[in-house]
Design a binder for this molecule. Sequence first.
Ligand code: URA
Length: 207
Amino acid sequence: MSEAHTLDQRDEKLREIRDELLSLTQSPLYEYRTQNNYFPVVGQGNHYATFMFIGEAPGKNEAQTGRPFCGAAGKILDKLLESVHIKREDVYITNIVKDRPQNNRDPEPEEIELYAPFLDRQIEIIRPKIIVTLGRFSMAYIMKRFGLEYELKPISVLHGTIHTSGSLVSFPVTIIPMYHPAASIYNTTTREQLFKDFQILKQFIET
Ligand code: URA
């Protein structure tokens, strides 16, 4: 085990989050999870990642496996990462809402409110340098959370732009909103834009 691991116990703190999510009976999505034998999707990847990707909420494949972005949108995310030579195992991938909303509907504000503190803790534990938000829900939440609400605009305007966090966090973070990969499944224009926008990430890759 590396010295960093023994010092900051990231694995243990992230495991605590997983355990709390597993027994989150007050969630409006808890019953749906248990009735369908779904898992909460906590997050996956490198606990020392430079890049953290934040989506919206798990879909069916994700809820069945407990792994984020492992369905159709995940395949696109894999290709996007590959296109800029970032390895999936080097980044951390999670969502704001950790349980699958019924039939992939949009998350409700109270669901975001309930699950967001878990995301906040994941960010504090992993301390990524770059947060890439995927879709409008994580963009809006993260921009507001990091004191950038005055820069908030529709995702059609902000996709692929770079924002430096205000003084609300104890470490500097760069926030880059991107379209959600699912929005590009049937829309080639959005898909081309996503691939273009991902090029921005290259400048932040640490060698
Ligand atoms: N869409 C998301 O927002 N997150 C996932 O994990 C999968 C699909």
